[in-house]
Structure formats: structure tokens, C-alpha cells
Design a protein around this ligand. Structure first.
Ligand code: MIG
Length: 671
């Protein structure tokens, strides 16, 4: 791997300090032309290349559009993006890694927290153009034999994902509005009474006192510790949300400490910067200061001491509704709260948080650095701060996932892909995004199952469960004011039981593949072209994805469709999964020939594929209501393969080791 250094690069967290990948400093950059430009008053580095007709461009993690990124414009500038249109240039994360796969093959990682724009055959220009709004940059160039090998080398550079506990592979139920005992009890009852397995319930901002971080609403939630203990006995964990902004409220311990320590982001004059988010006026923690991270991480103690072992971090782009400057409205949703809090405000500016990002600063090594310059690292450093606290406070592994991210944050927590909506387009986007995220190290990830915005329906939720059964993070989440979306909210639950059961039967495989990929710095979800690089047809097939070593999924992505076309790049084992009338799981395995097929997929069934000669494992704990009731060693082989290499541990130890891999055969398991 080659490293090119421009100017004096900002130290990001992308590269794993323990990486043993060999990196050689070089001066002459092949493949890309370098020029200079001034963009938004900023001296910028521009990299260009003419793409050949058949070149495929992979990567960019959390971005819209296809697996092949050609045809799009993508702006790495972390944004609270409530509408995921195809053409939306910026989402919550900045993942500046691309792979060009053609006659010449190489990967490039642009390591800078500044804004980076990728125009990739945008409007059929045939050109790749990468604009880095900085003159200080580390550029990593990876030359390997294939897109897969290039990605693997990159994963060796950036290191493994954080280790979620086993229970984080169970199903989560969430909804904006869940805030206390009543909600939790209702959801628990809904799942249990319908015999739908579940592992955790998320609490959204409603559990807090007036949306203030690290507080609880004592009316709705009189005793979090007691509720958490009661639920844990039933195999259910509670996962509360934490937002980035700290409410300006003298007397509040977190606020007082933050102010006293100088841990808040400041204006040019050194005073804390005010911006309104859910709690009203807040200050943004200055996660760039190690002491501020330490302080922020400590704040979780109040919740972890009540038995909480998992969190989701939100609003950390950071999202801004309204700021002390100009009085402009910065975000859509802010209206709900902001109109109430600031009825007299004047709306002057454009609808964008963008200008505010130039108005506050971080203290970095004794200097004030404009937020805009390092924007893409903000949420990632919040993840680092939280992980630092949880590492100390939680016994064993913790669950943590964030909305905003930068490559490197994957070593501290996962991400979810933000505010999608209940549409088939978003279901498809969920599938397309997963391999790109895997390339960038984010393997503990998933989308809001069922869709966040808009109203879901029975059919869509079933189809979504059939996809998210294969993503490590599987959480049903929906927005305030949308239709209820729990798996028991759409009448007869038989089909939901079948689909959630599949997830639980697959947990030993998913978990084992997750751990092996992590240990070996391998991809977890892959474009099928990565496995069949010489197959032109596979190269153009994006609605099928590899999951772990030997599974290929091809979910139904169209409304009212009970069939779909599937392309098999080689002979494969087709698995038809369903439950019998009495609730016994059935996996019918059939060998199918290479080529195109039509599969029938009723709403209560799932069809997936296993590579020929391979076997996977499925759990034999067929009645488990949560991972608590599962033993990962209770598995059997599925498929014609003679054995499967299972990664097996207790699901909570923090050490990963090759020794934990055992061979499972039909006769049983051997170490
Ligand atoms: O401004 O906490 O993406 O998952 O439910 C919206 C409320 C704030 C955005 C998150 C979403 C969450 C919601 N939050």
C-alpha cells in the first residue's frame, strides 16, 4: 500500500494504530491527475481520471444510489438528511474510500475530515473527479489483484469493527415516542404474547426530562434501574438514545462540568457556541479534546449504573435546528420545538446548518480550529467518547451505534443508516448500501426495518424483515406520528413469527461470520461480483448480495410481487424457508443450475442461496424468545457441504482469537 502526503494532514482516526499492513511513502501518484482549485474560498486538491466504459467504481459506504457508484455526485459532509432521495449528495457519514475495477484496478482512500466531493461519471461525463476542500491530506493507494483483495487490504489498514454482544444480533424494537414503563411493557407484551422473539427495546428522546441528555423523565420512567432489571430477566435489554447537544441549564451537572472544564465548542471569541436542538439552546461538546471525550464518556455512568448496556447516539453531525446567529432556521423538524421555544424568531437565512458549521471552533492542540474544516470527524469522535466510557462502565461488551460517522469510528461502535422511509425504494437502498459499508469497515450496521418516515404496511414490513434478517443490526424503528409498526401491529402474526424466527435460526451463522470477518479483516456483505469477478453478468447484478462466506440473498423488492428473477453465477443450493402449521421451521434445499431463474416467494417465506459444496449452520434452539435462551453451540448443518467453520465464544468476551473457531460436521463439532 502506498501513502501520499499533501501539506500537513489532520490526524484522523481512520488508520488502526495496531495495523500491521505495510504502508510505503511515495511521491509520484499513478492513475490520477492532480490539480489545484479554489472551492468555497478554500484552496483545494482535485484528482481526476478518465473512466473506461466498463470500469466499475465501488465504495463510499453510506451513500445513496447503486453498488456501482457511477452516475452520481456524492459529497462527504455529514448531514442530518431527513429525505433519502436518490440524488441526495450527503448523508450522515463520510466514507472516502473508492475502488476502481477495470483493466486497471486500484483503491484510494482520501483521509481528511474536510469536505470531499466525488463526481463519478456524473451526468455521463465519463470522468472521475474528487475534490478535496483542503491542501492537507493523506491519500492511500491500494493495488491488489481484485476489488475484493483491495477491500481486504483497506480493512487491514483501518482495523476491525467493535465487538457487539451476542444480544445485539437479536431483533430490536424501537419507535420515536417510546419513553417509559408503559411503552416498554406494551411492546414486551406484544412480542411475547405473539411468540415473536426480541432482544432489546430502544428508548427515544421521550425518555429524557425535556430532552436533556443523561436525565430521565421521572413521570414516564420512575425507576429505570427497576424496569431494566425486570426486562433483563425476560431477556430484553433497554437501549436509550443520547443526542450530541448539551442543554444550557445551569444547575445541571453535565452542563456545569462541561462549562467549567471548557469542554464545549466555542465561537471565535472563545465563548461557547449556542445552537438549538431538541432541548432548546445547547452547547456542542468539543469531542476533539481528549479531556472532553473523557468527561462525556463519564456521563453515561448514571445510566449504565442502572443496568443499561447499550446506547444509540443521534444528532451528531451535528444537527442544528436554529442557532444564535442570524436567526435562521437550520432544519426541517426543528419547527416542532423551535416554534414553541422561539416564537418571535426571525427567519432570514437559507435552510441549512451549513453556515453555522463555519461559526464554531474546536480546541485542538491549543489552537482554535474551525468546525467546518474538521466537520466529518465530529460524530465519530462522539462515538470514541461514548465507547471510552462504556468500556469502563459495562462488564463485557456493550452495544453502541451512531448516526454520524467517519471511517475509524467502526472500531468503537456501529452505525444505523438514519431516517429512511417506508417505501420499496428505501428497502432496495438498504440492500445496495450494505456492501459499500462493509468495504469501509462498518459491519455492525443496518437500516430502520420497516422504514422510519411514512406509513409502513404489513407486506412491506414482512419484505423488510426478510432482508434485515441478514444484516447484523436488525431494528424495527419508525417516526413519531407514523402508523404503528411493531411486528404485532398488522393483524395475524403468523408470517411475522416465521420471519423473525428465521433471523434467530441464522444468528449462529451471522454471528460466526461477523466474528470471522472481523478477525480476518474480511468483508461481511459483498457485491456478488466480488465473488465472481470474471462474470460480466454478476458485475451488473446489484439486487443480490453475498452475506458471509457462502450465502447469497435476493430479497423481493417490489410491492405486491410474489416472485422475483434471480441470477445464479454458478450452480447453487436454493433454500426455501418456511414454518409448518405447528411452527416447525423447514429448510427445503434444492440444487439449482447456473443462470437465470424465477423464484416464488410468498410473504411468509424466505428464499436464499448457499454456494455449491458449502454448508451453513442454523440454530437448533427453535423456540428461543431471545438470544438469552440460545446456546451458540446448539447448531446443525444446512446444505450439502460436509462441514462449517464456526466461531464460537460466549458472546461477551472482548478478545477475538482463531482458537475460537471449531469445525461443525454432521456428526457433531470438533475443536
Ligand atoms: O430530529 O430522536 O434519526 O432515529 O427517532 C429527529 C428522534 C431526531 C432522528 C433519528 C431518529 C430518531 C429521531 N431523531
Amino acid at each position: 500500500m502506498k501513502l501520499y502526503t499533501f501539506g500537513t494532514p489532520f490526524e484522523t482516526i481512520a488508520v488502526d494504530p495496531n495495523s500491521t499492513e505495510e504502508v510505503r511513502e511515495e511521491k509520484v501518484l499513478p492513475y490520477l491527475e492532480i490539480s489545484r482549485d479554489v472551492v468555497d474560498e478554500t484552496p483545494s486538491l482535485v484528482f481526476t481520471r478518465k473512466l473506461a466504459g466498463r470500469d466499475v467504481v465501488y465504495g463510499l459506504g453510506e451513500t445513496m444510489r447503486g453498488i456501482n457508484k457511477r452516475g452520481g455526485r456524492y459529497v462527504s459532509y455529514n448531514t442530518d438528511c431527513p429525505h433519502h432521495y436518490q440524488s441526495m449528495p450527503s448523508m450522515y457519514g463520510a466514507h472516502n474510500f473508492i475502488v476502481i475495477d477495470g483493466e486497471e484496478k486500484f483503491g484510494v482512500f482520501f483521509d481528511t475530515p474536510s469536505r470531499v466531493t466525488f463526481e463519478i461519471d456524473y451526468e455521463n461525463s465519463g470522468e472521475l473527479k474528487v475534490i478535496c476542500e483542503t491542501e492537507d491530506l493523506r491519500l492511500y493507494l491500494i493495488e491488489e489483484s481484485s476489488a475484493l483483495e483491495i477491500s481486504r487490504a483497506f480493512l487491514r489498514l483501518i482495523g476491525p469493527s467493535f465487538l457487539p454482544p451476542l444480544w445485539a444480533f437479536g431483533l430490536g424494537q424501537s419507535r420515536w415516542g417510546y419513553g417509559g414503563d408503559e411503552d416498554v411493557e406494551r411492546v414486551f407484551k406484544g412480542y411475547r404474547e405473539n411468540e415473536l422473539p426480541l432482544d432489546y427495546i430502544c428508548l427515544d428522546i421521550d425518555y429524557m426530562d425535556r430532552y436533556i441528555d443523561f436525565t430521565t423523565n421521572t413521570e414516564k420512567l420512575p425507576d429505570l434501574g427497576a424496569l431494566s432489571a425486570r426486562m433483563k430477566e425476560q431477556g430484553i435489554r433497554l437501549v436509550p438514545i443520547i443526542d450530541a447537544g448539551i442543554k444550557v441549564e445551569p444547575g445541571n451537572k453535565t452542563y456545569d462540568e462541561g462549562l467549567e472544564g471548557g469542554y464545549f465548542s466555542v465561537k471565535e471569541n472563545g465563548e461557547p457556541f449556542h445552537a438549538a436542538v431538541w432541548p432548546g439552546m445547547t452547547h456542542f461538546p468539543d469531542f476533539f479534546q481528549p479531556e472532553a471525550r473523557e468527561w462525556f464518556g463519564r456521563q453515561y455512568e448514571g445510566l449504565t449504573s442502572q443496568g443499561i448496556e447499550g446506547f444509540w447516539n443521534d444528532m451528531n453531525e451535528p444537527s442544528i435546528f436554529y442557532s444564535e446567529f442570524e436567526g435562521q432556521k437550520s432544519q426541517w423538524l426543528g419547527d416542532i420545538v423551535i416554534n414553541k421555544l422561539f416564537p418571535d424568531r426571525q427567519e432570514k437565512g437559507e435552510v441549512s446548518a451549513y453556515r453555522d458549521y463555519k461559526r464554531f471552533y474546536h480546541k485542538i492542540n491549543g489552537q482554535l480550529v474551525q468546525h467546518h474544516r474538521v466537520h466529518n470527524l465530529y460524530g465519530a469522535l462522539m462515538t470514541v467518547a461514548s465507547a471510552g466510557g462504556l468500556e469502563k462502565q459495562v462488564d463485557g461488551r456493550y452495544l453502541l451505534f451512531s448516526r454520524a460517522s467517519y471511517i475509524g469510528a467502526h472500531r468503537y461502535g456501529g452505525i444505523w443508516t438514519g431516517d429512511n422511509s417506508s417505501t420499496y425504494e428505501m428497502l432496495r437502498q438498504n440492500l445496495l448500501m450494505m456492501p459499500s459499508l462493509s468495504m469501509c469497515g462498518f459491519i455492525y450496521t443496518g437500516a430502520d426495518t420497516g422504514g422510519f418516515g411514512e406509513n409502513c404496511n404489513r407486506q412491506l414490513l414482512l419484505r423488510w424483515l426478510a432482508l434485515s434478517a441478514f444484516t447484523p443490526l436488525e431494528r424495527n424503528h419508525s417516526a413519531l406520528h407514523t402508523r404503528e409498526q411493531e411486528c404485532y401491529a398488522f393483524g395475524d402474526t403468523t408470517a411475522f413469527r416465521a420471519l423473525i424466527r428465521l433471523r434467530y435460526l441464522l444468528i449462529p451463522y451471522l454471528y460466526s461470520e461477523f466474528m470471522k470477518a472481523n478477525l480476518r479483516r474480511d468483508m461481511l456483505l459483498r457485491p456478488i461480483a466480488f465473488d465472481f469477478p470474471n462474470d460480466e453478468r454478476a458485475l451488473r447484478t446489484e439486487d443480490q448480495v453475498m452475506v458471509g462466506e457462502s450465502v447469497m440473498i435476493a430479497p423481493v423488492l417490489r410491492e405486491n410481487s410474489l416472485t422475483r428473477r434471480v441470477y445464479l453465477p454458478e450452480d447453487m443450493q436454493k433454500v426455501r424457508y418456511h414454518l409448518t402449521e405447528s411452527g416447525e421451521p423447514v429448510f427445503d434445499v434444492e440444487l439449482w443450475k447456473r443462470g437465470e431463474h424465477t423464484v416464488n416467494v410468498p410473504l411468509d417465506e424466505v428464499v436464499f442461496f448457499i454456494k455449491k459444496d458449502a454448508a451453513i449452520i442454523v440454530s437448533t434452539d427453535e423456540k428461543a424468545m431471545s438470544t438469552n435462551e440460545m446456546d451458540l453451540s446448539h447448531v446443525r448443518l444446512l446444505g450439502e457441504g460436509a462441514s462449517y467453520e464456526q466461531y464460537l465464544d460466549d458472546g461477551r468476551t472482548k478478545v477475538m482469537a482463531e482458537e475460537n473457531i471449531r469445525t461443525v460436521t454432521e456428526a457433531g463439532a470438533t475443536a
